[in-house]
Design a protein around this ligand. Sequence first.
Ligand SMILES: Nc1ncnc2c1ncn2[C@@H]1O[C@H](COP(=O)(O)OP(=O)(O)OP(=O)(O)O)[C@@H](O)[C@H]1O
Length: 295
Amino acid sequence: MTNMNQTVARETADQATPVVAVEASKPAHGSVEEGKTVGKPFSDKAKFKLRDVEVFYGENRAIKNISLDIARNEVIAFIGPSGCGKSTFLRCLNRMNDSIDSCRVTGSLMLDDIDIYDPKRDVVELRARVGMVFQKPNPFPKSIYENVAYGPRIHGLANRKADLDEIVENSLRKAGLWDEVKDRLDATATGMSGGQQQRLCIARAIAVSPEVVLMDEPCSALDPIATAKVEELIAELSESYTIVIVTHSMQQAARVSHRTAYFHLGNLVEVNETSKVFTSPEHELTESYITGRFG
Ligand SMILES: Nc1ncnc2c1ncn2[C@@H]1O[C@H](COP(=O)(O)OP(=O)(O)OP(=O)(O)O)[C@@H](O)[C@H]1O
């Protein structure tokens, strides 16, 4: 984990203020060579091995020849200006892009030794291994208990009610929600606060024992207190899961991630230890972005 807590003041997580102070008048500069990522995009503990990945929406090439390893039990943050392809790339990791007709993915995307885009792949099983938490909390309009129990039940993870109860309790505990909801498990989930709903969605994602949790701006709809709780949770969850988080908040990336990946116009410009990205980035474009010259 980074020691960025010392360098970065805890502010509201959705503020995207510069992390490194430089002359604000310096113009954005630097260019990116397609397929060339500076820093440390590869790992000898890869959970995902992603090579020469391109994503097209019709004729529009949204992701350009990206190669990256995502390591087991790391938290990696995807940052970059709006429209640079962070969410598109994230959604490749559990084939959430499949639902978009115009979307086409090329290249090699391996999760351990399985080919994510093998046409024979069972996508439901893939998404149990690679869970997802979205920007806006999206609990089912059912009880708190049912929200968490649904996945384990359809995946056959519990044969007896007592086993299901145990999974629900453990998942809610891991999501830091058990004490708040244990006396009202039958209450409807949509009556919870936004922050509680998002932690419930995290509990729902981890209830099926995933190996990876993808988070697409998970705090953007939350207030600073709820955000802080989710960030603490990310740190705890990283002991058991690989976590990939898209965030607009550089403070948040600095607080929660081990490595940070900077995207620009569909290219992966730089991947480095988070502390390095925010204190001495290697690429001029990364520096321009983190110092607030564009974005
Ligand atoms: N469903 C879609 N259909 C067509 N084009 C899309 C679709 N989703 C994204 N795009 C395009 O792909 C590119 C990358 O978008 P994406 O949403 O991945 O970027 P992002 O970095 O996550 O942006 P933001 O930070 O604003 O969420 C953009 O040009 C966008 O317009």
